[in-house]
Design a binder for this molecule. Structure first.
Ligand SMILES: Nc1ncnc2c1ncn2[C@@H]1O[C@H](COP(=O)(O)OP(=O)(O)OP(=O)(O)O)[C@@H](O)[C@H]1O
Length: 301
């Protein structure tokens, strides 16, 4: 067990509509038992980046624990910018896309032990339109759903379910995309085009069965039709999806253009409508504490 760590605990009080007190209490207790030092920062939703830059500079944490969803993990990764300070994650968002891929337990005491442990994975990140993406970004139907969710006032998975039917009715899919990938130019009609570093969405749906977090590549996923039986298949552990439904390209860079503006999201945060998306694998890697073995098996299938 390593001692004398300076642990920064970053808590998003609103994420997932859940009370974070039991997690904070568990972390406080464990840190005290270990004789480590703890500093807690609660996000406010405004000026968090500037505030956290200052906290990191002043406190010089040796470990950062995050209680929140992908948005909060991404915020911290953007501030730390490299893999020197490992992260420990407590999935407490509405849909925990990144954590869904790491096989983390749900029990707070186990999560705390893992978050402070020295068993790590190093994850690739993607720079998309000059913004860091850790998990999945997409243009099309899913981004429209995220926009409607963020404009609605019900948090958590229920909020997404409530918005799904109106999103489907209002959305003007399919969209026509020009895709420049690995020296080829392709034209595709699609309902949704995703750039994925991960295998699963936060809902647990496996959309990128061959995805590896640490191979220096991401996948471009072209969902060509809105096909409910195929969508339901993605919730199984071993997935074989039809090529008429989904086409996949592995790449280190892609340029996507659409003839009209399409809703766009990065790691669950809506970023407006765009006509062009440029994604390239980023030099930033992030180091995350994970359970021994289990996560390795998943990440290197
Ligand atoms: N105290 C706060 N009040 C309001 N918004 C906040 C606060 N702290 C953080 N936020 C917002 O929370 C979002 C990040 O949430 P995160 O991804 O961690 O969890 P989430 O449950 O997935 O979020 P959401 O339910 O909004 O999808 C950011 O948009 C950020 O601005």
């Amino acid at each position: 067990m390593s001692t004398n760590k300076r642990v920064l605990l970053v808590v998003n009080p609103i994420s997932g509509g859940k009370d974070k007190t039991p997690i904070i209490d568990e972390v406080r207790k464990t840190i005290m038992q270990r004789g480590d030092d703890l500093h807690i920062y609660e996000t406010r939703g405004e000026h968090d980046k500037e505030n956290l830059y200052k906290v990191v500079n002043d406190y010089q944490p040796t470990r950062v624990l995050i209680v929140g969803g992908d948005g909060t993990i991404k915020l911290m990764a953007e501030i730390l910018k490299d893999d020197k300070v490992p992260l420990g994650i407590f999935p407490a968002g509405s849909a925990n896309g990144l954590a869904e891929n790491l096989n983390l337990p749900t029990n707070n005491s186990e999560l705390t032990q893992i978050a402070l442990s020295d068993n790590f994975v190093e994850l690739d990140t993607i720079s998309i339109n000059n913004e860091l993406c850790l998990h999945i970004s997409d243009v099309g139907l899913n981004a429209a759903l995220i926009k409607n969710y963020q404009e609605g006032n019900i948090r958590g998975k229920l909020g997404y379910i409530i918005q799904s039917i109106p999103t489907l009715i209002k959305s003007d899919f399919p969209f026509h995309f020009k895709i420049e990938v690995e020296g080829r130019t392709l034209h595709r009609n699609a309902v949704l085009l995703a750039i994925a570093n991960a295998r699963k969405y936060g809902t647990g749906s496996t959309i990128n069965p061959k995805g590896k977090y640490d191979d220096g590549l991401f996948e471009v996923l072209v969902f060509k039709e809105f096909n409910i039986p195929e969508i339901l298949k993605t919730f199984r552990e071993k997935v074989e999806l039809s090529k008429d439904f989904l086409e996949i390209f592995s790449a280190s860079e892609v340029i996507i253009e659409c003839t009209r503006k399409v809703p766009f999201q990065i790691d669950g945060e809506y970023r407006g409508e765009v006509k062009k998306v440029h994604a390239v694998i980023s030099p930033v890697k992030i180091k995350i504490a994970v359970p021994q073995k289990k996560a390795e098996i998943k990440l290197k299938p």
